[in-house]
Design a binder for this molecule. Structure first.
Ligand code: NAD
Length: 482
């Protein structure tokens, strides 16, 4: 449990329970024992957090950015110091093995990076209009809402709030109901870091009511969301119906990995297997569809299934565990429903079993389907579990068409030793990220990340996220002749 009083929310500089005292239980998905009771933000709590952020905005946005920077740096140091505790809290709320948790350090480096990035908050100047000087000013939006998912909460908490705060916005973060514990602990650290009251508010609770209220709130001027495409659409609708707030969406994926017959097969097996197994397949960019050229498919499938079946599931708090449970019962049932349907459309090569009865936790065996028709639901929708479909192809044109035959477009990868083919395919793939001879979750930290098509709108990344939280104002000045 986070702190002696249990997890609380941070509103206007105070750690608080919900105004109606209601909580919701968070269970350890490996044991189904209760981990904590967490405040469910009410409409009043949500409105109070926005009101506090609005009241704090004039002073925070006018503060010397090097002073804003000092708060971010202090928080970075505190998060780094508490990495092990945050790892434990994630393990007992959404089942991520502690052996895979590096998010305390990566979150701290986000706060450190943006703390130093304030000199880049600049506009442009021009003398292209005769007798005038023109310039642009970059200014914060005001109150920014940040709604984050459960699969990497500490990462998304930092990657959204740090750029929003350094640019002078005040924020209201809503954590996911499935994984609120580590974020609630960071809420306590925010006070220690010295942020003025109201600048940095943290709510816990479900999409309804707090997420929806933030989406339709007239005083929220920008909202950055990472989560499912379904929720992204709802948020966009609420924004359109109310104040047309700026909305940044990082949504789901159905990422293809393409393996040509000249590829380094051993490397392709190892990396594509890790991609779909990391965090038990609960990763937006996991390569959930693998297309292997027919001539090498038997070797690939044999090596892949052997490796995938060898994961070590178990208590996520134990260092040896590298395969945790699904995050909760809803995810578990959802993945098993996909597996049952998958058995009717494709051929099950390995796995396909839920282990609730034998382990008491929401563990699912790594599962591989072969030769599934491209129009099957499991090929189209995000499963978000340790489930992969491996299909074959013969020609480059055929595999590009198959890879692009999806409404998602987050991340794709291609394995081949032919540079011309690699670049042709990279150009043709409809996705925001293309990896050549490697795959997700690998990304270049200074590159933009985001989706084509239904995988989102906007881009995030060390060089991009500050732009998401800065308005652009043009100013024209007339110069009179002497
Ligand atoms: P989700 O959409 O169920 O929930 C995300 C957040 O939205 C939670 O905080 C939830 O409480 C909130 N929410 C739910 N209903 C809402 C509503 N009506 N209005 C406002 N907020 C609401 O997603 P999830 O299950 O937490 O996360 C998994 C999804 O996130 C997957 O689809 C995954 O691909 C995606 N994801 C995308 C990226 C990316 O960078 N593109 C990264 C990680 C996860």
């Amino acid at each position: 449990m986070a702190g002696p009083l249990g997890p609380r929310m941070l509103i206007n500089g105070e750690l608080v329970e919900a105004s109606d005292k209601k909580t919701f239980p968070v269970y350890n998905p490996a044991t189904r024992e209760i981990s904590a009771n967490v405040p469910e933000a009410t409409a009043d709590d949500t409105n109070a957090a926005v009101a506090a952020a609005k009241a704090a905005f004039p002073e925070w946005s006018a503060t010397d950015p090097s002073k804003r920077s000092a708060c971010l740096k202090k928080l970075a140091a505190l998060i780094r110091q508490h990495n092990a505790e945050l790892a434990r809290l994630e393990a007992i709320s959404m089942g991520l093995p502690v052996s895979s948790f590096h998010y305390g350090h990566s979150a701290a480096s986000q706060f450190d990076h943006y703390a130093e990035a304030w000199p880049r908050i600049q506009g442009q100047a021009s003398v292209n209009t005769p007798k005038h000087i023109t310039m642009t000013l970059r200014q914060p939006y005001g109150v920014v809402a940040l709604i984050i998912p459960w699969n990497a909460p500490v990462h998304f908490f930092a990657s959204k709030s740090a750029p929003a705060l350094i640019t002078g916005n005040t924020v209201v973060v809503k954590s996911s109901e499935k994984a609120p514990l580590a974020v609630a602990r960071i809420a306590e650290l925010i006070i220690e870091a010295g942020f003025p009251p109201g600048v940095f508010n943290v709510l816990s609770g479900h999409g309804l009511p707090s997420g929806q209220i933030l989406s339709r709130h007239m005083d929220v001027r920008a909202l950055s969301f990472t989560g499912s495409s379904r929720t992204g659409r709802l948020i966009q609708e609420e924004a359109a119906r109310t104040n047309l707030k700026k909305v940044i969406l990082e949504l789901g994926g159905k990422s293809p990995a393409i393996v040509f017959d000249d590829a380094n097969l051993a490397k392709a097996v190892e990396q594509t297997q890790f991609s779909i197994q990391a965090n038990s397949g609960q990763v937006c960019m996991a390569n959930s569809r693998i297309y292997v050229q027919k001539s090498v498919a038997p070797q690939f499938v044999e090596a892949f299934t052997k490796r995938f079946s060898a994961v070590r599931d178990g208590n996520p708090l134990e260092k040896e565990t590298n395969h945790g449970p699904q995050a909760d019962e809803v995810q578990y049932k959802n993945v098993l429903a996909f597996i049952e349907e998958g058995k009717k459309t494709g051929s099950l090569a390995v796995g396909g079993v839920g282990k609730l009865e034998t382990t008491k936790g929401f563990f699912i065996e790594p599962t591989v389907f072969l030769d599934t028709p491209e129009d099957a639901r499991i090929m189209k929708e995000e499963v978000f579990g340790p489930v992969v479909n491996i299909n074959t192809f013969e020609t480059e044109a055929e595999v590009i068409a198959k890879a692009n035959n999806t409404e998602f477009g987050l991340y794709s990868s291609v394995y081949t030793r032919d540079i011309n083919r690699a670049m042709r395919v990279a150009k043709a793939l409809e996705s925001g990220y293309v990896a050549i001879n490697c795959t997700s979750p690998l990304t270049g930290r200074d590159m933009p990340f985001g989706g084509y098509k239904g995988s989102g709108q906007g881009r995030e990344g060390l060089l991009y996220s500050m732009d998401n939280f800065l308005e652009v104002k043009s100013v024209i000045i007339q110069i009179e002749d002497e």
